[in-house]
Write a protein that binds this ligand. Structure first.
Ligand code: CA
Length: 427
């Protein structure tokens, strides 16, 4: 049998309707993963990135067989979500899907949980090799509706299983035997809800997997881009095949994209995580810095390119147009210990200030959970002032308010929390 290896690519985009990316994607020469977070604007990205940080620790020499290692890793990721939820009632209900393939040099160990999908392209035929853990899939299995009806069913996004930090949602675990020339696609529902299988099939036959990934993301955006869209693609070649310098995997580096690539790590939780190198008391995972140079999305990269271009133009010509562009941008960041909406860009040229506070809020930085506070300190981009206000509203929902005077109309619910005694969480 020909010894095989594979090329890989991971690509994500926030989409056109969501303000944050709750998907995480990872691709390396040993591991392919997608995690699509859920549970509200603020918690989905946390679930997705935490699960990803644990699963991608599998990208190393293993001392047990790949399927056992993968199963153990899924269990630990699930336990980690359970810990975070127990420590912070604000993230109750968060969870993530998981699609993971771990290469042992001959075959893949596969874990599947939720409605992210795995497809195989072999000899021009596309086959879905995962079975959605969804309500509509159960109706299809029972012969009550057709796959075509499932696509437009009003409850098509209802999941029957996901990684929720509980012990009643097991992943499907299987071995998978790839063949030379096979291409595998792992993707979030942001692709499959927007793009039908026959179009996915033709995109997957693109000349290279990098082109296929770009094309699939483009198609999802063109179809409306209602959700975050993430694709991870692998293509099997003979071992010893020269790397193709035109492909993103030619450098041999792992590719981490989406929520897990952009989120700071929360400090909450200990216990089982104590033995976990990536769960040390340090807020930032040093590995993140290693992977961070890869842009999390094309659009974000374009935005930064625009900011750099503006700086260059202002420097070169004092360009009034460029300055005026920069003053139409918004972001949310910290000012005097509070959350503020800024107008401008998060960069300055000596002598020229490109940002000013557009609107202060009375949301105290100290009242935010660590994870959220770090996001604000780093600055959160907004597409408009309305978008910035929406971000502030989201943050406000996670603020720990000081013990309020109880009002007769709405009784605050006291809950246990690890971050402050006598603190109350807003419902
Ligand atoms: Ca999704």
């Amino acid at each position: 049998m020909t010894a095989l290896t594979y090329r890989y690519v991971a690509l994500t985009d926030t989409g056109l309707r969501r303000s944050a990316n709750q998907d995480s994607g990872y691709a390396s020469d040993r591991l392919l993963v997608i995690a699509d977070g859920m549970g509200g604007a603020a918690a989905g990205d946390l679930a997705s990135s935490e699960a990803m940080h644990i699963i991608r620790q599998l990208d190393r020499d293993l001392d047990v067989d790949a399927l056992s290692a993968l199963e153990d890793s899924v269990t630990r990721a699930n336990a980690r979500l359970g810990e975070l939820i127990a420590a912070d009632p604000a993230v109750e209900g968060m969870g993530t899907t998981l699609e993971a393939m771990l290469w042992d040099g001959e075959k893949f160990a596969v874990a599947h949980l939720g409605d992210s999908r795995a497809y195989r392209l072999r000899a021009g035929e596309l086959k879905q090799i995962s079975t959605d853990h969804t309500f509509v899939q159960s109706l299809v299995d029972e012969g009550k509706i057709s796959p075509a009806e499932a696509r437009v069913h009003p409850h098509r996004s209802l999941l029957l299983r996901a990684m929720l930090g509980r012990d009643d949602n097991a992943a499907d675990l299987n071995w998978l035997q790839p063949m030379l020339g096979d291409r595998y696609l792992l993707c979030s529902d942001g692709l499959t809800d927007m793009v039908p299988d026959d179009i996915i099939r033709s995109s997957m036959t693109s000349e290279t997997i990098d082109l296929a990934a770009t094309e699939l993301v483009r198609l999802a955006l063109e179809a409306g881009g209602y959700d975050n869209v993430t694709v991870v693609i692998a293509e099997f070649v003979e071992q010893g095949t020269e790397p193709d310098d035109n492909l993103s995997s030619a450098d041999g580096q792992p590719q981490l994209v989406g929520a897990a690539a952009s989120q700071a790590r929360p400090r909450t939780g200990d216990g089982a995580s104590g033995s976990d190198p990536a769960m040390s008391s340090s807020t930032y995972d040093p590995e993140e810095l290693r992977y961070a140079p890869r842009p999390p999305s094309r659009l974000r990269w374009l935005r930064w390119a625009a900011v750099v271009a503006v700086l260059v133009m202002i420097l070169a010509a004092g360009g009034a147009w460029a300055y005026s562009w920069s003053q139409k941008q918004y972001f949310v960041a910290a000012q005097d210990g509070k959350v503020a909406i800024f107008k401008g860009v998060q960069a300055d040229i000596p002598g020229i200030t490109l940002q000013h506070v557009e609107q202060m809020t009375d949301l105290e930085l100290d009242t935010l959970p660590d994870f959220r506070r770090q996001q604000v300190e780093a600055g959160i981009e907004a597409t408009s002032k309305a978008d910035a206000l929406e971000t502030v509203d989201e943050l406000d929902q996670f603020a720990i308010k000081p013990t309020p005077t109880p009002t007769p109309t709405k009784k605050p619910t006291p809950t246990k929390t690890s971050t402050a005694s006598n603190a109350l969480w807003r419902p």
